[in-house]
Design a protein around this ligand. Sequence first.
Ligand code: PHE
Length: 447
Amino acid sequence: MKIARFSRIGFILAAAGSAVGLGNIWKFPYITGENGGGAFVFVYLITVLMIGFTLMIAEMLIGYVGRRDSVSNFEELAPRHKNLWKYGGFMSIAGLIIMTFYSPVIGWTFHFVLLSLGSLPASVEVAKEHFTTLLSLDIGTQIFYHTLVFLFVTTVVARGIKGGIEKLNFFLMPVLIVTMGSMFVYATTLSGFTQSWDFMFGVDWSKLTSASLVTAVGHAFFTLSLGMATILTYSASLPKDSNLVRSSLIVIALDTGIALVAGLTLFTFLYEYGASPSAGPGLVFISLPAVFSEMGVAGHFFAFTFFVALASAGLTSAVSLVEPFIQYLVDRFKFSRLKASVASGLFFYIFGIVAILSTSKEYGEILTFGSKNFFDWADFITASVMLPIGGLIMAIFVGHVMQEERVASVLKRDLGFFYPYWYFSLRYIVPIALFVVVLNLVGVLNL
Ligand code: PHE
C-alpha cells in the first residue's frame, strides 16, 4: 500500500505538532505544580535527554525502514518470531485510549475560547464554581464540544497525511508558536517571573517521591509522543533522504522549549496575582481564567490568545493519536481512509462520552474503579503504563532483535561518531531505566 509522503518540513511540523500538545501547556505546568517544581522538572529533563532522545531515533528508524503501518513493520523487521513481534505494533491502541480523555479536554478549551470573548469568572472561587459545574453537572456542553472535536479530527485524518495532517500543522503550528511566544515575552516583564523561575528551576530533592518519579518519566514519554507508534507511523511517510537525528533534535527542542515557556508563563501570571501553582488539573481552567479576569480588558485578549494556543496544540496532537490505528486498518484490512477514520473516531467518541460521564455528579460513582474514575484511569494507564512499556518494547526490538546491519546502515550515516554510544544506550541504559520505572510502578500501585 503506497502512503502519500510528507515533505521534509511537513514531517517536522507534524511530528512537533504531535509532541507539543495539551501535555505541554495543560499537563506539564500542573503536574510540576503538584510535584513541587524544580526536582521534578530536573528528572523530566534528564529523561527527555537520556531516554527520550535515544528512543525517538529508534522509533523513527522502525517507521523509516519499514515504511508501513506499525504492526506490519514489527512483523517485517523481526528476523525471527514474526508472529509474536507483530503484537508490538498494537501499541497504537494507546492513542485511541488517550483520545478518550484528550478530546474532552480539547472540548474544554473550545468552551474557554468562547468564554474569553464574553465574561471571565471574576475570582478564583467563581472560576472554581464554573469549572466544577462544567465537569460535574454540565454533561451536555461537554458532549457538544467533544462532538465538535470528533468531527474535526475525523475530517482532517480522513483527508490523509498530505491533504489533512500536513496542512493542519502548516496552519496551526505557527499560530501556536506566535501566541505562546508573545505571552512569554510579556511574562518576562512582570515581577512574578523571578518567582516562577525559582519554582521551576530551584531543585529541592525532598519534594521528590517515587510517585513523582514515575509521573516525570511517564510524562517525558507522553509529551514526546513516544511509545505508541505515532512517531513510527509518521516516519513511515518520511522522504527517503531525511536525517533522523536532525529531525529528532528539532522535535525534542521544540517540545521541551514550549513546555518550559508555557510553565514559566503560567506560573508568572499565577504568582503575579497571588494564585497557587499546585491547583491540579484545574490550573489552567480555574486559576488562570481568574487571573485573566483581574487583568481587565487586556486579560480578555490574553485569555483568548492562550486558549486558542491550547486548542491548536491539542488538535495537532489529536490527529497524531488516531493516525497510527487508521494506518493499520488501511494497510492490513484495506479499509478506505474514510472508513478507517470514522471507525477510529467512533471508538474515542463513545468512550470519550464515558470519560465525560465519569467526572459528573450523576454517573461519577458507577464509573469510578478503585482510586480513580474512568477519565483518570485512561490517563494513568496510557501515560504511566502503556507508553513506558511501548518504549521498552521498541528499545529491545531495535537494540536486540533487528539485525544490526539494518540499524547501522541508516544511523551510521545520521549519527556518525556518536553511533556506538547511541546503540549502547539503546541496548542497555534505556531498557534498564524503563524496567526500573515499570517496577517502581508496581510499588506505586501497591500491587
Ligand atoms: N505529545 C502529546 C502531548 O504532549 C500527546 C501525545 C501522546 C500525542 C502520544 C501522540 C502520542 O499532548
